[in-house]
Design a protein around this ligand. Structure first.
Ligand SMILES: [Zn+2]
Length: 150
């Protein structure tokens, strides 16, 4: 990234904003000429494949991922926009890996990490489906939840 005015590459980011159309806008300032400008970033929707547990591969589908997360978050008091954000964040992270074939397990782990922060019950539901928790961990998590309810 170079300053469009003086071509210096000494640039500071002043502000970062996510827009609704999934673009990231950054307000920048050139540290040499002090001029300010804005850049825009967006995810390039190159095809990403998912490597399934049985070895098959299929095209990554945001809709499919959303469906799985919606099942796990069913009837939980989570705003829909938070779920959408979780999906987008997960997809962006996976694309950052820059591998053409992402193991489904990895996708599960990324979702689990985010669900854990969002909602414990949804997290356990999702994690148990992905078998990321062994039975002991699951019991522990459930006990903790039961403790809270009492
Ligand atoms: Zn400059």
């Amino acid at each position: 990234m170079r300053c469009p005015f003086c071509e210096s590459d000494d640039i500071k980011v002043l502000e970062t904003r996510e827009s609704e159309d999934n673009k990231t806008r950054r307000r920048r300032e050139c540290l040499r000429c002090a001029k300010r400008f804005t850049t825009e970033e967006q995810v390039i929707n190159a095809t990403m494949f998912v490597q399934k547990k049985d070895g098959r591969r299929e095209e990554f589908s945001r809709e499919k991922l959303l469906k799985g997360v919606l099942i796990a978050t069913g009837k939980r008091p989570i705003p829909h926009e938070k779920i959408i954000h979780l999906i987008e964040d997960t997809e962006a992270r996976l694309r950052e890996l820059k591998i053409s074939e992402v193991p489904s397990k990895r996708i599960g782990q990324e979702v689990i990490k985010r669900l854990k922060k969002l909602d414990k019950i949804a997290y356990i539901r999702f994690a148990s489906v992905y078998k990321e928790l062994d039975v002991d961990d699951l019991e522990k998590e459930l006990d903790k939840l039961r403790g809270k309810e009492q």
